[in-house]
Design a protein around this ligand. Structure first.
Ligand code: F55
Length: 841
């Protein structure tokens, strides 16, 4: 490519090469230029939203220059790339992150100030990019940050939803969903109208024989939709490397057919076709940990997977290498089973389009893919009905059957006569209708399968994927414990703490090697350090208190213990345990004498999180929290001793305010149900302690920070099955303290009890699947221990500092390095330093 540009032209291009702005002056120059030309405004009508737009455009220009260089470098170096396929990227805001990663936030701050703006107000103008539900989507976003920061050649592939996760409003205590139209002004994406892929649906399959007598399948007819690429630059921290997130948008294929329709007066049906096509990328499905088998969702999956695969194959073909080298150039990671059709699509491209033999193709396919599992909950394991796939993707169904046939033949060979085993591991479930088990297809089509925390990885090996460990041996299954990016979750969310840590560790290098946090343990007894630490936590609580006041009207005392549970609302995450415990606290306070009350620890219990729109029980939990808040918060007898708030519309940018302000955060899932959790890591990294069950990454956090620095409670995963069995077949007695809570609810203390009866009967009458009663006593007791521990502020502070100093392991950088070594086999590709330039210059 490089050699094909003749010298004189090359010289002209080089002479006019665009240089990134430098210094405050250069930055201001760019802002004013964008205000006056790109936005066609002036200093007389530049409001905060225009200032945000111009600032973003100034930074976007810089990012795209580095993006170009990074992509050229990767192409010339011919290096292996990893492609992270995820239906969700929960990115949050981009401007603050871009400024910090490029190292120009100070410049922007003084520049904006000189132009008459406060940088915080400008940052606050940005609409979150909320293309995800929760942990799975946010993990993908943290991974992109780490991949770029560590200089790995990597692309993300996703869908450009017109509507991200809905905006949540709380009206009369109930959740109301409002559409999140976020694309009105999005300076962070580059439409690539020249990068398109034609995507086919429906139709039928015919067979033909080629000259050598081999049969070839042809997928013909059906509907066609066009995928258009939108690129989002992903800057690394303190490196010029800028990776790419490519999001696909759907639009009607502009074929002759439409044109004819249009001309023959069928204007309306031509517009309808267009709308049908655009529906594919219109909206993010708002369910977390639930799969509902809707055709549009399957269309989304295939549309995105097919566009991404064709893009990857097209890029590989430019290298003119033989197909056998495909896995040396390409690693593809499947974020859960949502992109599993990629396995089938690549096999189809190889055998139907490129003419490879089945075995040769399949060998390449399995070397290319890795699959990450994020859940053991049965209702979240994807299954697609055979008739649905047959209709939408007829050729893919044939290939799935062939994959299954060859797989079952190989199993039969190793385990002759074990028909039960064949039935259990078959990719096709023999139900009515038959179903395709996507996790099994993902396992069979990948060379590595990983869980996201140690307990979870052990559980998938011993429960849902046990037979596959038997078949493939244990080495195909591995663990990569999740991590979070310290750039966003410490440096950006908690700049003062980041600065304090830098002052003691000697630099900001801990943001690149988080294990350097251990250096602050030396200062755990340093009086000045401790004082400053405490002041920072207090300031963060004051900030959150203001947010609470503004958004809910409730006044909270920043000196109280802030107890936070923010995450998607789900019975397995047990917000109901928290609110029952909070009611118990209220009843206990009410029963106290004024003397006793004086000794009680003031507390603010903070909830936040969205319920899937169709998840009725989750919505009842939100309603109960709000009703309890309404009663407790106006009870003058209780005052500051207890406040209960539900924060509306929890999202990434709100998490950046909430996370640094917790004293305690709750990670209280029924043991064995939360695969990892990642907000647990964020809270501890910001100097908050955890109350949690022995579940997911809580266990590894405990191992790292020490059991004196975490409040664990409740039954263990290994006992859950027996307890559930006992509920169903033995006598099931409810914890007496919990019964008092139920009685108060039933007596109408928190409003009309009618709505809340289902929450009570789930525990009392329907087997208490999530073990709320079994863990209630231990939960209440642990909170009493927490109250006492918090009264000893000095000891509490020691715990918090010690915990932070030991959190190095939970960086997503560590996590990505493990994927790179164990699964992807890729190396970083650094930009060469210009000759004669030393580090630090
Ligand atoms: C979204 C859609 C479907 Cl169909 C299924 C699941 C989801 C989803 O959002 N899952 C999710 O967030 N899973 C979480 O992944 C995190 C990252 O690995 C884990 O920390 C967390 O335990 C797990 O629940």
């Amino acid at each position: 490519v490089e050699a094909s540009i003749p010298e004189p032209q090359r010289a002209a291009w080089t002479k006019h090469q665009i240089k990134p702005f430098t210094g405050q002056d250069g930055f201001e120059n760019e802002v004013v230029r964008h205000v006056e030309t790109t936005l066609a405004r002036s200093m007389f009508n530049c409001d905060e939203s225009a200032a945000y737009a111009a600032t973003s455009l100034a930074f976007r220009d810089r990012l795209i220059l580095e993006w170009n260089k990074t992509q050229q470098r990767q192409t010339f170096a011919d290096s292996k790339r990893v492609y992270y396929l995820s239906l969700e990227f929960l990115m949050g805001r981009a401007l603050d992150n871009a400024m910090l990663n490029i190292g120009q936030k100070d410049v922007a701050k003084s520049g904006l100030s000189e132009l008459g703006f406060r940088i915080e107000d400008i940052i606050d103008q940005e609409h979150d990019a909320a293309l995800g539900n929760g942990g799975l989507g946010r993990l993908a976003a943290c991974f992109l940050d780490s991949l770029a920061s560590l200089n790995y050649p990597a692309w993300g592939y996703g869908l450009r939803y017109r509507y991200g996760i809905f905006k949540q409003e709380i009206i009369d205590g109930y959740q109301v969903e409002v559409p999140d139209y976020w694309l009105d002004f999005n300076p962070w994406e580059f439409p690539r109208h020249d990068v398109t892929v034609d995507i086919q649906f429906y139709g039928n399959v015919t067979k033909s024989q080629d000259d050598s007598g081999k049969t070839r399948a042809h997928w013909e007819g059906g509907d066609h939709v066009t995928a258009i690429a939108y690129d989002v630059p992903i800057p690394g921290y303190d490196t010029p490397s800028t990776n790419n997130l490519r999001l696909w948008s759907s639009k009607a294929a502009s074929g002759e057919f439409d044109f004819q329709k249009f001309n023959s007066g069928e204007y309306e049906s031509s517009v309808a076709d267009q709308q049908r096509a655009e529906t594919i990328s219109a909206v993010l499905y708002p369910n977390d940990n639930l799969e509902r088998g809707k055709e549009l969702r399957l269309k989304q999956q295939y549309f995105w997977v097919a566009a991404s695969l064709h893009d990857i194959v097209r890029r590989f073909k430019k290298s003119k290498r033989p197909w056998s080298e495909f896995p040396d150039q390409v690693a593809i990671q499947l974020n859960d089973t949502h992109p599993t059709l990629a396995i089938v699509e690549l096999q189809r491209i190889f055998i139907d389009i490129e003419g490879l033999a089945w075995d040769e193709a399949w060998n390449i396919v399995t070397q290319t893919f890795g699959y990450t599992n994020h859940t053991v909950l049965p209702e979240a394991l994807e299954k697609w009905s055979v008739p649905l796939i047959q209709n939408l993707l007829p050729r893919h169904l044939q290939i799935i059957y062939d994959i299954n046939l060859f797989f079952l033949q190989s199993v039969e060979k190793e385990h002759p006569g074990d028909r039960e085993l064949l039935g259990r591991v078959s990719i096709i479930e023999e139900s009515q209708p038959k179903m395709v088990r996507m996790a099994y297809l993902a396992i069979v089509g990948s060379h590595k399968v990983n869980g996201v925390a140690e307990l979870h990885s052990d559980l998938i090996k011993t429960t849902i994927f046990k037979d596959f460990v038997e078949i493939y041996g244990p080495d195909k299954f591995t663990n990569v414990t999740n991590g979070i990016t310290p750039r966003r979750w410490l440096h950006q969310a908690n700049p003062r703490l980041s600065e304090l840590i830098a002052s003691k560790t000697g630099s900001y290098n801990f943001l690149k090697d988080l294990t350097e946090l251990n250096k602050i343990e030396l200062y755990v007894n340093d009086a000045d350090f401790r004082k400053e630490w405490q002041e920072i936590k207090y300031a963060n609580k004051v900030r959150l208190a203001k947010h609470i006041k503004n958004s809910t009207g409730v006044t909270v005392n920043p000196a109280a213990l802030f107890d936070v549970q923010v995450k998607r609302i789900h019975e397995y995450k047990r917000q109901q345990l928290n609110i029952f415990g909070t009611i118990h606290r209220y009843l206990t306070l009410k029963a106290m004498s004024p003397e006793e009350r004086k000794k009680a620890q003031p507390r603010v219990t903070i909830f936040g999180g969205k319920a899937a729109p169709g998840y009725w029980m989750a919505k009842q939990i939100i309603h109960l929290v709000n009703n309890v808040g309404a009663v407790v918060n106006k009870d003058e007898e209780i005052g500051d001793l207890l406040k209960v708030v539900f924060l509306e519309d929890y999202n990434v940018s709100k998490a950046e305010i909430i996370t640094p302000a917790s004293d305690i955060s709750e990670h209280i899932s029924t043991a064995g149900t939360e695969a990892s959790g990642t907000s647990n890591m964020k809270f501890v990294l910001n100097g908050g302690l955890i109350v949690g069950t022995c579940d997911g990454a809580n266990i590894e956090i405990t191992r790292e920070i020490g059991e004196d620095n975490i409040f664990l409670f409740g039954n263990l995963a290994e006992d859950v099955e027996d307890l559930r069995h006992a509920h169903t077949y033995g006598s099931h007695s409810i914890d007496p303290d919990l019964n008092k809570v139920f009685k108060a609810i039933e007596d109408g203390v928190f409003g009309q009890p009618h709505d809340f009866l289902a929450l009570i009967s789930a525990v009392r009458d329907h087997g208490d699947y999530y073990l709320v009663s079994d863990d209630f006593h231990s939960y209440i007791e642990t909170h009493t221990v927490i109250d006492e521990a918090y009264k000893n502020q000095e000891q509490w502070l020691t715990k918090a500092i010690t915990a932070v100093s030991r959190m190095g392991f939970f960086s997503s950088d560590r996590c990505i390095n493990e994927y790179a070594e164990e699964i992807w086999n890729i190396e970083p590709l650094k930009a060469d330093k210009p000759e004669g330039v030393k580090d630090g210059e």
